[in-house]
Design a protein around this ligand. Sequence first.
Ligand code: ATR
Length: 272
Amino acid sequence: EVYGADKVDAETEIFGIIGNPVSQSASPLIHNPGFRAIKKNAIYSLFPVDAVRPFFRLADVLDIRGFSVTVPFKRDVIPYLGTISREVKQIGSCNTVVRVKDLWKGINTDYHGFLSQLMPAITSGRVRTALILGAGGAARAVAWALHNHSVKITILNRSAEAARKLAAETMAGWDVLENISEYSGKSDMIVQTTSVGMTPDSDEDPSAGYVFSGKEIAYDLVYKPHQTRFLLRAAEAGCEVIYGAQMLLEQGKLQFEAFTGYHYPHWLEPDW
Ligand code: ATR
């Protein structure tokens, strides 16, 4: 019942998501109701795969029009693409692939979805410095997105080695922090990019030891559960909080536009 097309026929356009695993993905809940709402004869399916290369062959056979890419293939797809956006090139990560004429084009809607929640705060000058928790793929996208908007970056990660490696990616010199408690109240924003807190009832908190001043914006990329320990603590201190679900929906809307050429129906609220 989550499929966009009630029946498939010879004209049905096929979209989907590749990853390992993909069964937990919320993307079908964004795209299939969207297709239905704009009366597009299309379906969005799950494609659990072990590797990228065979999928590109299948994509040709099935004439797949576009697909989302999730863990662990966001980097692996890049060599197969005929053209990539500036962000994909910069971050080395692609979450959206669309067919443009005879080429596959790669873009990164995580990057833009992340930023869209923040643009008012960035353009007003409220966010000039940011502390990023984590140093994985999501942290890299966030760091470059903020960096491109002249926000000064500090990175804190469980493994300081990974943080130093990420910090070394730019000549601008991102700072690496080893002790979070020393940093309390010192940045305009904290972004939580690790997967910590994703399991229900988890009381893990990668910001433990940090004392919120109440003036920072707290942004968690984790979207399930809605309220992580990190956001709960930030909200209690009076911080403005941004939920992972907001970014998830925004990146999905941008992806829908890339897939269909239509805006996502603004009245549609995915049910996750
Ligand atoms: P993603 O693409 O979602 O960013 P990733 O590239 O695997 O995933 O990165 C996971 C990040 O979460 C890393 O920063 C990782 O820290 P390490 O580099 O020390 O491994 C962080 N992370 C994962 N589990 C964690 C935990 N239990 N506590 C703290 N950090 C954790």
